[in-house]
Design a protein around this ligand. Structure first.
Ligand SMILES: *Cc1c(COP(=O)(O)O)cnc(C)c1O
Length: 239
C-alpha cells in the first residue's frame, strides 16, 4: 500500500472504532449509523483511496472544489453529499453530481434545485439544514433555517418535482443557548426530526456530528455522521 493509503486506512479504522463504541454505548446497532467522509479540500486521489477502503458516502461543501473532483471520480460507486452553503447560481453544477443536498435552507433554493433536477432527469435527495442558533424566523450565520421554518420548507421540498425530502441536518452551534452543548443540540434536532416525520414519515435521515462530536451525535440518535479531519487530517486551508 502507499503511505497515504496506510494513513487513511489507519484513520478510518480509528473513526470506525469510535462509531462502533458510540453505537454500543447508546444501545444502537452499528448499521443504524452511516459514515459520510467529508473530502473537501482534499484531492480526487484521496477520494479514490477511500473508495478502495470501503467508503461509499463522501461530502463536499464548495462547488468549485467538488465539481472537478466528482467528475474525476465518476467511475466510482460513491454517493455524493453537498453540505455547504449553496448559491442558486451553483445549483445547476451541483445537481450534476450530488445525490443529496444537505444544506437546503430557503425556498429560493428549493425552486432552483427542483428546476435543475427535473432538467437533468434526476431525483435529488434533500435535507433541511437547521440552524439551532438562529432567531425564530432567521437563517443561521453558517446557513440553515431556524426550527420554526422547517415545516414550511419541508412542505415545499416534498411537493417539488425532482426532489425527495430525506430529513434534517445540523452543525453544532458555536453561539447561542447550545454553544458547547453538542449533545443537547443534537437531541433538539432529533425532536425536530420526530415532528417532521409525523407529516413526512420517509424523511428519516438525521445528519449530525463531525470529527469532534460524533459520539454525542450517535448518542442523540443521528443516522449519519459527517467526518472530515479525523479521516483525512487537518485541512490545509479553511473550508
Ligand atoms: C467540514 C464539514 C464537516 C466535517 O468537519 P470535520 O471537523 O473536519 O470532521 C461536517 N459537516 C460540514 C457541514 C462541514 O462543512
Amino acid at each position: 500500500m502507499t503511505d497515504r493509503k496506510d494513513e487513511l486506512a489507519a484513520n478510518l479504522a480509528k473513526v470506525e472504532e469510535r462509531i462502533a463504541a458510540a453505537c454500543a454505548a447508546a444501545g444502537r446497532g452499528r448499521d443504524e449509523v452511516t459514515l459520510i467522509v467529508v473530502t473537501k479540500t482534499y484531492p480526487a486521489s484521496d477520494v479514490r483511496i477511500l473508495c478502495e477502503l470501503g467508503v461509499r458516502h463522501v461530502a463536499e461543501n464548495k462547488d468549485q472544489d467538488a465539481a472537478p473532483k466528482a467528475a474525476e471520480c465518476s467511475d466510482l460507486p460513491l454517493t455524493w453529499h453537498f453540505v455547504g452553503q449553496l448559491q442558486t447560481n451553483k445549483v445547476r453544477s451541483v445537481v450534476g453530481y450530488a445525490d443529496l443536498v444537505q444544506s437546503v435552507d430557503r425556498s429560493k433554493l428549493v425552486t432552483a434545485l427542483s428546476k435543475e433536477a427535473v432538467k437533468a432527469g434526476r431525483e435529488l435527495g434533500c435535507l433541511i439544514q437547521v440552524a439551532l442558533d438562529a432567531g425564530s424566523s432567521e437563517r443561521g450565520e453558517r446557513g440553515g433555517v431556524a426550527p420554526g421554518g422547517i415545516e414550511e420548507l419541508a412542505g415545499l421540498v416534498a411537493g417539488a418535482p425532482g426532489l425527495r425530502l430525506d430529513g434534517l441536518m445540523t452543525v453544532a452551534p458555536l453561539t447561542g443557548e447550545y454553544a458547547g452543548r453538542e449533545q443537547a443540540a443534537f437531541e433538539r434536532l432529533m425532536d425536530l426530526s420526530t415532528d417532521l416525520r409525523r407529516a413526512h414519515p420517509a424523511a428519516n435521515m438525521v445528519s449530525a456530528g463531525m470529527s469532534a462530536d460524533l459520539e454525542q451525535a450517535v448518542a442523540a440518535g443521528a443516522t449519519h455522521v459527517r467526518v472530515g479531519t479525523a479521516v483525512l487530517g487537518v485541512r490545509p486551508r479553511l473550508g
